[in-house]
Ligand binder design. Structure first.
Ligand code: PEP
Ligand code: MG
Length: 609
């Protein structure tokens, strides 16, 4: 009988196929006591298993194809870190030595202890790392059972089944990054998991690999049976189990329209991005690692609008990258972009982006009652002057290799700007003293705190450009923790206060002759393209995979026509419902396919006739 499951839509698209169920991979372990004379041997067995798993993970990392998403390598690093973490390996040895548990029992006992600690964590991202820990322990248990690593559950699950010719989709309690790696060959068209949130590794990797996925569908792996036909709708976050043929046919049509649309869109990659009324629009990419620059170029980006440099600082157990290491990372990004501009944001650490697991705990539990409002971004940099100057020197040195823009996150006070200018002057002086080459940089500020938007003219005296971080601007305007699921329904980019701040920032910057860009998620969300163009925005920065879709909207928009409707849109008290309906209408008619005179997608009430 057909039924529907609901989860979180984490990666867009439609996948239709037969279910391949990977049973909850928790391995049943033997429980027995080891005698005193065997204890060292039992610990040796555990150590040998750990070495085998470490070798396997390292080899997997080294063998990553060059086009593998950067996240995969980072995920393997997380697993290696967990594998060697004292709270796992040290404590497990303790269970063997003190309680005489066999290695498997000791491991599962320690997993229970750590799992409970993860469950108690307030931070959603950290809570989700429990799944990584479980995957590492499962690998260890697998090696202890079989003596070898890498019996790939997914490979096993799918083997022989492709031969049937039916497309396959995966259903699991959770999927490890290592499994996804083996799956990269394209065996599965999509997946659904019981657990996981929007920032879970599974979701991050799915998005970067562009595979339709729904996570957090709670009972999926219990309710779905092997070989059931499934439709995974990665836009709606739904899974239709055993759909009737008419529904399959309907989704096939949606899928094929979407696939054709995307294939067509790919052709737009290298077209100049110009509106129907001749306005040139800069489409830039957001990146997290220097290696992402290749994907940005491939997607047709004309520069990097946001290099989130904090990703170079994270997951290193507190060991921060030095000046030379940072310089090399920035230089690689700059050189890869072949003369196109690269906007490097100084480290935006804090809140949901902790340096590492320990410091996240410390940050949250010891120092910061409310980390989103605490010591993060430029505030943190200014509280660590030596580290900040080190980063500034690295960025200045990279600027000798191309066009670099320096971007400061979360500025709210002019005193922060003045201190930054002093730090920059000192960094230049230090480079002069050391006889090191460096280049010039344009200086910009993120506008992501309402205070900065409201007193923009004062800030603009110091900056060449501003970049609107809508993710945080929404968070701070509406007082909604962007990482808190409980209030996620109130996190609304359509809120009139948000739209007015964005419009005002764009207008003020333009009037002052300064560059202005949007680098928050709003820039990559096609539903906002026309509206932002109408506000006068001519520079958008987004994930590389979103560029062609936004370009299509740009090419189809007459910005002057839209601009005349802007006061009406901004004047609306409650735009949400109308915008949602309008956006749905565009999705159905197909973005960019509108006739020139047809109503624009996001107009809140019909334009004056
Ligand atoms: C933003 O806040 O919109 C932004 C781009 O910065 P981040 O998402 O890294 O906080
Ligand atoms: Mg931000």
């Amino acid at each position: 009988m057909s039924f529907q499951l609901f989860g979180l839509p984490v990666s867009k698209g439609v996948a239709i196929g037969r279910a391949v169920l990977v049973a909850s991979s928790r391995i049943d372990v033997a429980h027995y006591y080891v005698g005193e004379p065997e204890i060292d041997a039992e610990i040796g067995r555990l150590r040998a298993a750990r070495d085998i798993v470490a070798t396997g993970l390292t080899a997997m990392k080294e063998d990553l194809p060059t086009d593998a998403p950067a996240e995969l390598s980072a995920l393997l690093d997380v697993h290696l870190m967990l594998l060697h973490d004292e709270t796992l390996s040290g404590a497990t040895k303790h269970w063997i030595r003190e309680r005489h548990y066999n290695a498997e029992w000791a491991l599962s006992a320690q997993l229970e202890v750590l799992a409970r600690q993860f469950d108690d964590m307030e931070d959603e991202y950290l809570r989700e790392r429990k799944a990584d820990l479980e995957q590492v322990v499962e690998r260890l248990l697998g090696v202890l059972a079989r003596g070898v690593d890498g019996a790939a559950p997914l490979a096993a699950a799918s083997s022989g089944r492709e031969a049937s010719g039916d497309p396959l989709v995966l259903v699991a309690n959770d999927i490890s990054p290592a499994d996804i790696l083996q799956w990269k060959g394209g065996v599965f068209l999509g997946f659904v998991t019981d657990v996981g949130g929007k920032t879970s590794h599974t979701a991050i990797v799915a998005r970067s690999m562009d595979i339709p996925a729904v996570v957090g569908a709670r009972e999926a792996s219990r309710l779905i049976r092997q070989d059931d036909w499934l439709i995974i709708d990665g836009d709606a976050g739904t899974v239709i189990v055993d759909p009737p043929p008419s529904v399959i046919a309907e989704y096939r049509a949606i899928k094929s329209r979407r696939d054709t649309g995307r294939a067509g869109l790919a052709r737009l990659r290298y077209l100049p991005s110009v509106t129907r009324d001749g306005e040139h629009v800069e489409l830039l990419a957001n990146i997290e690692q220097p290696g992402d620059a290749a994907a940005a170029l491939e997607a047709g980006a004309v520069g990097i609008g946001l290099f989130r440099s904090e990703f170079l600082f994270m997951n290193r157990g507190g060991d921060l990258p030095g000046e030379d290491e940072q310089f090399e990372a920035y230089r690689v990004a700059v050189v890869s972009m072949k003369g196109l501009p690269v906007t490097i944001r100084t480290v935006d650490i804090g809140a949901d982006k902790a340096l590492d697991r320990m410091s996240a705990n410390e940050l949250r539990h010891e120092h910061a009652l409310n980390p989103a409002l605490g010591l993060r971004a430029i505030r943190w940099s200014l509280s660590e002057p030596a580290m900040f100057r080190q980063q500034l020197r690295a960025i200045l040195r990279a600027a000798a290799f191309g066009k670099v823009r320096l971007l400061l996150p979360m500025v709210a006070h002019l005193s922060e700007v003045r201190q930054t200018l002093e730090a920059l002057a000192r960094a230049r002086q230090q480079l002069d003293d050391a006889g090191r080459a460096y280049g010039t940089v344009e200086l910009g500020a993120m506008v992501e705190i309402p205070a900065a938007a409201l007193m923009l003219p004062a800030f603009l005296r110091y900056f060449d450009f501003v970049s609107i971080g809508t993710n945080d601007l929404i968070q701070y305007t509406l007082a909604i923790d962007r990482a808190d699921e409980a209030v996620a329904h109130l996190y609304n980019p359509w809120h009139p206060a948000v739209l007015q701040l964005v419009a005002q920032t764009i207008a003020t910057a333009r009037a002052a002759g300064k560059g202005v860009s949007v680098c928050g998620e709003m820039a990559g969300e096609p539903a906002f393209s026309e509206l932002l163009l109408a506000m006068g925005l001519r520079s958008f920065s987004m994930h590389p995979s979103q560029i062609v879709t936004v370009k299509q909207r740009v090419l189809a928009t007459d910005s002057s026509q839209w601009a005349s409707w802007l006061p009406r849109i901004l004047g609306a008290d409650d735009p949400e419902a109308q915008c949602a309906v309008a956006a749905r209408a565009v999705a159905q008619t197909g973005a960019g396919l509108r006739a020139p005179d047809e109503a624009p997608s996001l107009v809140l009430s019909s334009p004056a006739a």
